[in-house]
Design a protein around this ligand. Structure first.
Ligand code: HEC
Length: 418
């Protein structure tokens, strides 16, 4: 608030008001990924002139906390690239907008973070064309799987493949909300895909006890996932890449088009391999009209470095918090979602990998809401619901590397999948 007071004073002539160059990095980081030409948002805000033209509205939505719309609330671990606006950044942006958004006619635009140049081999896996997103939501035969189409994209790799970045490209920026990606060496997803006439299949991307999204979830405004230097996912030989595409019908039928891109790390690169496990609430039983808190807990048998986390939650999830408490230590908040909306789901890469010692306890707290007041409730009026999945209903997938023995860690992760 002090910063705001000083700057507001400045805009009246004593100190200089913030300039476009001061706020440009904030806009690049927090607005421009969606508000750019071809982005998810309905108009551009990546140029100073765009923001100047909409400065009153922009200031109002930023003040109200409506934009940027990331799910993550205060207190979460620092996330790479973005996350909630800090108070200082918000105050600076508001001071510039309130001062009339001054800028030079030839001001440079705010460019969202560039993809780091890569010398990796890029593997492109297009979705098979031929499936249309319906005009309106359909309730499917598989209860509670809505507006989802899963594709098995054969990779036919003879050797294990190391992947250090994933991308999703699609012209459907408004209709596709998230794509959860995983590797399936069992052939089950290929069989499910072959059963339906149209490409893909109408079930979640979970394969047996393997959750969808073990290789990450790409979302609105975050169409790529770059692992930090020195880390990679490993895809077993003979895998298909399972891509669970969640869409929102737009009122007219649209061909579902898109492609998944993988950056393969060179085999000689020294990387630490990430494996993914879930801290999950495995089932949900809620009578119509019920809203309550639920918990789940898990203890880590060995030390790990957490590199990224992918939240997962259904329509009934209202809020979610994940903490980690090292033995004899204080709880640390990892993720805080005060107002969960599954349409904005994505993988959050930590600014710095976070080391958790053996014996660390994860505590998941969720608030689930099957009342008519939940605007995202699938049923109106509410109906009793019972959901259960091996892979978990609500919770967080943790993408981590072992500190000491990779094989031990991998065996533990696999034991959870049985
Ligand atoms: C994750 C993508 C994303 C980011 C980041 C984002 N926006 Fe938006 N913004 C949207 C979408 C999508 C809409 C349209 C919302 C709708 O129609 O309900 C929108 C709408 C708006 C609107 C119009 C509000 C309305 O109710 O119609 C303003 C103003 C706005 N954004 C400003 C900003 C500013 C300023 C920032 C950065 C501080 C920002 N946005 C960051 C996606 C984003």
């Amino acid at each position: 608030m002090l910063v705001l007071a000083l700057i507001t004073l400045g805009s009246h002539g004593n100190l200089s008001a913030p300039t476009w160059d001061d706020v440009r990095p904030i806009v690049a980081r927090h607005c421009a990924a969606c508000h750019q030409a071809g982005g998810e948002a309905p108009f551009r805000l990546d140029r100073a002139s765009d923001l100047a033209a909409r400065r009153t509205f922009s200031a109002a939505v930023v003040r109200a906390g409506l934009m940027p719309p990331w799910l993550l609330g205060p207190g979460s671990v620092p996330i790479h690239g973005r996350g909630p606006l800090s108070d200082a950044d918000r105050d600076l942006l508001l001071a510039w907008l309130d001062a009339g958004a001054p800028h030079a006619a030839d001001a440079a635009p705010a460019v969202p973070a560039e993809t780091p140049p890569t010398d990796a081999d890029v593997i492109t896996l297009p979705l098979q064309a031929g499936y249309d997103i319906p005009a309106e939501s359909e309730v499917t035969i598989h209860s509670h799987v809505h507006d989802v189409r899963t594709f098995a994209l054969p990779l036919v790799n003879d050797e294990p493949m190391l992947v250090r970045a994933l991308r999703w490209r699609s012209p459907l920026v408004n209709a596709v909300h998230s794509v959860a990606i995983s590797a399936d060496p069992t052939g089950q997803s290929d069989r499910a895909d072959a059963l339906e006439d149209d490409p893909g299949y109408q079930m979640s991307g979970d394969v047996g006890a393997r959750p969808a999204g073990t290789l990450g979830v790409l979302g609105v405004g975050a169409r790529e996932l770059n692992l930090p230097e020195g880390f990679a996912f490993e895809i077993p030989p003979g895998s298909s890449i399972v891509s669970q595409v969640s869409y929102r019908p737009t009122g007219r039928e649209l061909p579902l088009l898109g492609e998944v891109e993988l950056d393969a790390a060179h085999p000689e690169e020294a990387v630490r391999i990430l494996d993914t496990f879930g801290v999950m609430k495995p089932w949900l039983k809620l009578a119509a009209g019920e809203r309550r808190n639920e918990n789940a807990t898990m203890v880590l048998p060995m030390a790990i470095d957490v590199v990224a986390m992918s939240p997962r939650g259904d329509h009934y999830l209202r809020s979610m918090r994940l903490t980690a408490t090292p033995p004899g230590g204080e709880p640390r908040l990892l993720l805080n979602f005060p107002d969960w909306d599954m349409h904005w789901r994505e993988t959050h890469v930590l600014e710095q990998p976070l080391r958790l010692p053996a014996g660390t306890r994860f505590d998941l707290e969720v608030n689930v809401d099957n009342t008519d007041d939940n605007p995202r409730n699938l049923n109106y009026p509410a109906e009793d619901i019972v959901l259960g999945r091996f892979t978990g209903v609500d919770g967080v997938l943790i993408h981590a590397a072992a500190v000491e023995n990779h094989e031990d860690y991998r065996d533990w992760v696999r034991s959870l999948l049985r």
